[in-house]
Ligand binder design. Structure first.
Ligand SMILES: [Zn+2]
Length: 183
């Protein structure tokens, strides 16, 4: 699990890479406002890509829990979380929100810890629970080949795949050539 620590609210003279004019925590802000204030931009290493959940902390307390959908680049070397805010009743929310931060910060605004809650099933469908990552090692290949098998041979799978993505690629090309940014 990822933990990001935010300071107190600061006003910015110019909008930052997330188009914000203020960041950090202010007493009374809504969960949505805190999510916007805390989702980036962070220096997130490869380890972050396997994380399912993020906690937002301020002054030693967890204020918000986020289910991570993806990490998006916001500036060179910096990324932001895109996800959904967890509500009461969710096991990760209930285990951490409103409680002391589960690990010491040592001054680093981004930390990781092995949480006993917040697992997700392996995407291959085998039923194994994972604390991070989408697949048990090797199960990504199993999941892929199971789909190939459902179509037929590898050659048939490629034909099918190409026929499925071709309309999207054609439409993307058309949008690009219609766009105002075309060189
Ligand atoms: Zn699996």
């Amino acid at each position: 699990m990822l933990i990001v620590t935010v300071g107190s609210e600061q006003h910015l003279d110019t909008p930052d890479e997330l188009n914000r004019t203020r960041t950090g925590y202010r007493k009374g802000m809504t969960d949505r406002e805190l999510y916007q204030a805390a989702r980036g931009s962070w220096v997130l290493g490869e380890k972050a890509d396997g994380e399912h959940f993020a906690l937002v902390a301020h002054r030693g307390a967890v204020l918000l829990a986020i289910e991570i959908h993806r990490l998006v680049e916001t500036a060179p070397g910096r990324r932001a979380i895109e996800g959904s805010i967890l509500l009461p009743g969710d096991e990760v929310h209930d285990a951490y929100v409103g409680k002391p931060v589960p690990v010491e910060s040592y001054g680093n605004p981004v930390r990781y810890f092995d949480a006993p809650v917040g697992t997700k099933p392996c995407r291959c469908g085998c039923g194994t629970s994972l604390r991070s990552g989408k697949f048990v090692a090797g199960h990504d290949a199993i999941a892929l080949h199971e789909r190939v098998r459902r179509i037929g041979s590898v050659a048939q799978f490629i034909d099918w795949f190409d026929s499925m993505v071709e309309p999207f690629e054609r439409s993307a090309r058309r949008q690009r050539s219609d766009g105002p940014d075309t060189l």
